[in-house]
Design a protein around this ligand. Structure first.
Ligand code: PLP
Length: 397
């Protein structure tokens, strides 16, 4: 047994067993590839679950981090730091937002979103406590986020949850009548990620905005997975042409470092008064410097043009070479957030791909979720599809 394997054995007995990492140890990453401690090379089309959108160790991100770590690592919000200030101003520039709250993860941005929504109505002397969320949604694992997650499998053993949440069907315009003058906020992922890569239709998103306007409910977009270029535009809501009232982002924001943000309009964002909400690490200068480098890299026409061209190339390859397979039910998503649904349980295909040193994510039992780095080349996309065909052949019944 080599050193890595005995370390894995020890780690398995040491970590709380809520995680099940693949049986190798990552030692480094570069672009679309990860390398293990034995210098085996893996094509990574999981991007650390839509986090490493610029590939692993993108030079611009690494440079920004290197420059910042020599200056200061942490300030807390007792003091201003330049990267956090510049990041908040940049986020305002590239989104609908007037106000920005910086935090450290997706679920933390979502918690802020729920709290601020209730406080917004409370401050007007017309409290509303009800939230509406969608079946098959995913918003995170803390009690608030979990309570708004429309998949009971995540609730098991943790109830009672936070009161006030109701669930309705996604992409069902007739269900939107459940939104009333009692509703504080409606929580929506433009493309449901963990629920199986289900994009909202344009008509549904527009009807949702209209119903929120009629009732005064706030539209709370969760772009933690879809944001920062994953679906082909800076934010998925840009594609719909629908403006949310609050929006949470995280995953791809820090280029691999942990950072989240809540984006808000002026009217709603300013209800977060001094002392009402906070987080010690929020606006961490190293994470903020990384996020600035990510935004700078993607926020230009040349990047979007290249991304769209390569995305279309990948979709065409997938549809012609994988979509034609009888075992495939559907290929859906947008940009480089792609779900491939199979008739069968995908465990074998997933494991075969991993044996071929190709990494993807899965939504058991039927869906493979492909999240390539936004920087993946056409050649890497071809290698992926070749491997996918090979994996399908190798697992034929
Ligand atoms: C990943 C994810 C979250 C949770 O983010 P964490 O950073 O894991 O807390 C919330 N909502 C969506 C849509 C996500 O994809």
């Amino acid at each position: 047994m080599n050193a890595s394997h005995s370390l894995i054995e020890q780690a398995k007995k040491t970590f709380t067993p809520n995680i099940a990492p693949a049986p190798f140890v990552v030692s480094r990453g570069e672009g679309s590839y990860l390398y293990d401690t034995e210098e085996q090379k893996y094509l990574d089309f999981s991007s650390g679950i839509a986090v490493s959108n610029l590939g692993h160790c993108h030079p611009a991100v690494v440079r920004a981090i290197e420059e910042q770590i020599r200056k200061v690592l942490h300030t807390s919000t007792m003091f201003w730091n330049e990267p956090a200030m510049k990041l908040a101003i940049k986020l305002k520039e590239i989104s609908f937002a007037d106000r920005v709250f910086l935090c450290n993860s997706g679920t933390e941005a979502n918690e802020a979103k729920l709290k601020i929504t209730r406080k917004y109505f409370y401050d007007q002397g017309k409290p509303r406590i009800e939230f509406i969320s969608f079946h098959k949604s995913f918003h995170g694992r803390t009690f608030g986020s979990l309570s708004g997650t429309g998949q009971e499998k995540y609730w098991k053993g943790f109830e009672p949850l936070v009161p006030g949440f109701k669930f309705i069907n996604f992409n069902d315009i007739s269900a939107l009548t459940a939104i009333t003058e009692q509703t504080a906020g409606v929580w929506v992922e433009p493309i449901q990620g963990e629920g199986g890569v289900h994009p909202a239709t344009i008509e549904f998103m527009k009807a949702l905005r209209a119903r929120c306007d009629e009732t005064g409910a706030l539209l709370l977009a969760d772009e933690i997975q879809t944001g920062l270029g994953r679906t082909g535009s800076m934010f998925a809501m840009d594609f719909y042409g629908v403006r949310p009232d609050l929006m949470s982002i995280a995953k791809g924001l820090g280029g691999g470092l942990p950072i989240g943000a809540l984006l808000a309009s002026e009217k709603i964002g300013t209800t977060m008064t001094v002392g009402s909400h906070a987080t010690t690490f929020g606006g961490n200068p190293v994470c903020a410097a990384a996020a600035l480098a990510v935004i700078e890299t993607i926020n230009n026409q040349e990047f979007w043009r290249g991304l769209r061209e390569r995305s279309e190339f990948f979709w065409t390859l997938l549809k012609t070479r994988i979509g034609s397979n009888k075992r495939v039910v559907d290929i859906r998503g947008r940009g480089l957030m792609i779900g491939i649904e199979f008739k069968e349980d995908i465990t074998k295909i997933f494991e075969q791909l991993r044996a071929q040193k190709v990494l993807v994510t899965r939504i058991p039992p039927h869906i493979l979720r492909i999240l390539p780095p936004l920087t993946a080349s056409k050649q890497e996309m071809e290698i992926f599809v070749d491997n996918m065909s090979q994996a399908l052949k190798a697992t034929e019944a």
